[in-house]
Ligand binder design. Structure first.
Ligand code: G4P
Length: 293
């Protein structure tokens, strides 16, 4: 699974280089803004983020809330807050939550601001950087927060670049290129969850297996929505392939001999899940109180 996991060809050398670059950038900033996908807040996180950031104040941005279950987003927000993180909910597609970025950064860094004031450094800007795994919405967030169209940040780790700062608000600067981190790709479930959301390209995965597993998960978590969309009433089985087959039959996806065209149904399920036609779903639940993600 590991080689399938991202459009970046991560290998130990890359990871070391990326880690060093982020460590260098971290020295320049007062706080870190970690972007995660609200649909899969566990799988879209970097496993080493806490160690990388050390004592730096951190803000968790739950992005793509337009695609996630609002109840899930609320539960995750509460979870991260309980863990002591500062949380911002955003939908970068529709600019929701963007205006909260600067006030959130100022609140996150209020002690620093107070210290600056006490030293008479009232004009001194706060500096932040955005980090996250590929495709989580980092560039879109930076562009929206900065109010620019902007080119997409280079999605290759280890690319040499000059440091540029974007003025966000009076007294707030953002590093214009995000820190690109790797997912926890040794965990096969993380790989599947990233694949469901489309963060990994389909052509390297077995579409039928992926769709069958997604179907099983959706059936467990959101049975009413799946029932309504695919007109599956009382399925003979709750196994993913069986459910895919039942859905395909209802859609009339048949091949010669009357068998269901599972492959077609698999592609349809993935497309309809990714475009939120079945509903807005959060695939991962926050761990029980006190447990680390
Ligand atoms: P990255 O820098 O972390 O790699 O991610 P990037 O900003 O390039 O975003 C990846 C894709 O996710 C983009 O779509 C972007 O528009 C979309 N996206 C980012 N934030 C949100 C959000 O909050 N909601 C939704 N629905 N989508 C979001 P794309 O298909 O690659 O490009 P395009 O459709 O914008 O042209």
């Amino acid at each position: 699974m590991s080689e399938m996991l991202t459009n970046i060809n991560w290998y130990p050398g890359h990871m070391t280089k990326t880690r060093r670059m982020i460590e260098t950038d971290l020295k320049l900033v007062d706080a870190v803004c970690e972007v995660v996908d609200a649909r899969i807040p566990i799988s879209s996180r970097n496993p080493d983020i806490a160690a990388l950031c050390g004592q730096k104040p951190r803000m968790v941005v739950l992005n793509r809330i337009d695609m996630a279950d609002p109840a899930g987003t609320k539960a995750w927000t509460e979870y991260f807050r309980r863990e002591g993180a500062f949380v911002l909910q955003t939908d970068c597609k529709n600019r929701k939550g963007i205006s909260q970025f600067a006030p959130a950064a100022q609140t996150l860094l209020r002690d620093k601001l107070r210290a600056y004031r006490e030293k008479g450094q009232t004009g001194r800007a706060l500096k932040l950087m955005v980090v996250g795994i590929p495709n989580v919405g980092k560039s879109t967030l930076i562009n929206q927060v900065a109010g620019r169209k902007g080119a997409k940040a280079e999605n290759r780790p280890g690319v040499t670049r000059g440091k540029q700062w974007i003025g966000v608000d009076a007294g707030l600067l953002l590093l214009d290129t995000p820190g690109i981190l790797w997912p926890k790709f040794e965990d096969p479930e993380v790989g599947m969850h990233l694949a469901y959301t489309g963060a990994i390209k389909d052509d390297v995965l077995d579409t039928e297996e992926l769709a069958a597993r997604l179907m099983e998960l959706l059936w467990k978590k959101y049975p009413d929505a799946v029932r309504a969309r695919y007109k599956i009433e009382d399925p003979e089985t709750e196994d993913g392939y069986g459910l895919l087959c039942a859905a395909g039959k209802k859609r009339g996806f048949l091949i010669s001999g009357g068998e269901v065209n599972i492959e077609r149904m698999a592609r349809v399920l993935l497309e309809e899940y990714r475009s939120c036609k079945i509903g807005r779903f959060t695939l991962e639940d926050p761990p029980v109180q006190g447990e680390e993600v």
